[in-house]
Design a protein. Structure first.
Length: 419
């Protein structure tokens, strides 16, 4: 996890820099951030692993620049570098494709085509414009395809400000960061209770990212926020002069918290909030309807955004498997992946259950949902799975309005007709 003084990666616009070896990607990164963060050399292939640089880029705000290895790298080691570069595609919000001295060929065209297929905003950067410029025909072709272009010369200090303006426009015109976490669910000046268990999963001296990020958004929105442990809910309600507009809990404390709340007080979890903020809540709800199709022995993929050390009674490795096997009536085959690891072939899995994804930007989660959709494999979320298996899903979805409730009813009908 990042230090609390910084903005988490998952809330930064990810800007990837792509091109051939020695196209000037590292030089461009250094110019954009105003620091020597990437090694610059005339020797092709200097950048071997992606170089990340978080910064504030006005007027966008927090961004993460990613410098990549050349897409035309060669040899066995070069192929591995190219594969690492291609993995960056999955988390790129805005792509910069460098074409030095106006050159344009197969590699640049293939990059452009892939980003367009992925619906990723792209800017073609003609670097070293003091040495060579693109042909009028190429500029006209890109303009006809509505591709943003800019010519830059770092030697002449030309074009960088224009590039920043284009980046700001693209980041502002696209739904990159997703909806708010919680702010649109509660009225102004409302009271919100955050239930934060301090168990072994909580880092010593800190809170976990979903809790921190939700709290910060509520504070930014001037909501009155009360943070407490799971056994303090009833006492807190007794002290309040008006009921809270929403109670948000850790999914693992659903049962204990729900037992202390009158039915008229809305309840959800951090994980469910992030299912909406990072991905598509409706797709995760649809995935629940496929739980009824599971049979003992089916293979389930658990996917986690962070690479924490498993703890006793770990939610993804122990608690959810135990609950789901009780529901199915027998043992299931489990596989766990963490961080940016995610299988290319999903055909063997009957279900994917994903964590809240707080360490990812939204692009990663949307790509994973789409990948599961193409493979015909349902995907759902930790919090939704626990709420469903504990019989609390209708209450947990109620804060999100009638559309999500109807989506749940459709999933419920599928469960009822299948089992």
């Amino acid at each position: 996890m990042e230090q609390l003084r910084g903005t988490a990666k998952g809330f930064r616009v990810h800007i990837g820099i792509f091109g051939r070896r020695n196209a000037g990607k590292s030089s461009l990164l250094n110019a954009l951030v105003g620091q020597e963060v990437a090694i610059v050399s005339d020797c092709p292939g200097t950048t071997t692993d992606p170089v990340e640089k978080p910064m504030e880029l006005k007027p966008i705000g927090p961004v993460l620049f990613i410098d990549t290895a050349g897409i035309d790298d060669e040899g066995a080691l070069g192929a591995r570098r190219v594969e690492k570069t291609r993995r960056i595609f999955d988390r790129t919000d805005v792509a910069l494709v460098l074409a030095p001295e106006g050159q344009w060929g197969h590699f640049e065209e293939s990059l452009l085509r892939e980003f367009r297929d992925r619906q990723i905003p792209v800017v073609v950067v003609f670097s070293r414009a003091d040495v060579g410029r693109p042909s009028p025909e190429l500029v006209a072709k890109l303009a006809a395809e509505k591709i943003e272009c800019v010519e830059i010369s770092l030697r002449e200090n030309r074009g960088i400000n224009k590039l920043r303006e284009i980046l700001a426009q693209l980041a502002g015109d696209n739904d990159i960061l997703g909806p708010p976490i919680v702010l649109d669910l509660v009225p102004e000046n409302a009271v919100v209770i955050l239930v934060v268990p301090l168990d072994k999963a909580a880092p010593k001296g800190r809170l976990i990212q979903p809790q921190v990020q939700t709290l910060r958004e509520l504070l930014d929105g001037d909501r009155l926020t009360l943070v407490l442990k799971e056994h303090q809910v009833a006492e807190a309600l007794g002290r309040l002069t008006q009921p809270p507009a929403l109670v948000v809990t850790d999914s693992q404390a659903f049962t204990e918290v729900a037992a202390q709340l009158p039915p008229h007080i809305p309840l959800t979890s951090f994980s469910v909030l992030f299912a909406r903020q990072k991905g598509k809540l409706e797709d995760f709800i649809d995935g629940l309807g496929r739980l009824a199709e599971l049979q003992p022995g089916d293979k389930i993929l658990i996917a986690e955004a962070c690479t924490h050390h498993p703890i006793e009674d770990d939610i993804g490795r122990v608690k959810i498997p135990r609950l789901l096997e009780e529901f199915v009536g027998g043992p299931l085959a489990w596989q766990v992946v963490a961080g940016l690891d995610f299988p290319d072939n999903l055909q063997d899995y009957r279900l994917v259950i994903h964590c809240a994804g707080c360490m990812f930007n939204r692009r990663v989660m949307l790509n994973r949902i789409a990948k599961c959709g193409r493979a015909g494999v349902p995907i759902t979320n930790y919090g939704l799975t626990i709420a469903f298996l504990k019989g609390l899903l209708p209450r947990v979805l109620e804060p999100f309005g009638p559309v999500m409730m109807e989506r749940y009813r459709q999933a419920l009908r599928l469960v009822a007709t299948t089992r």
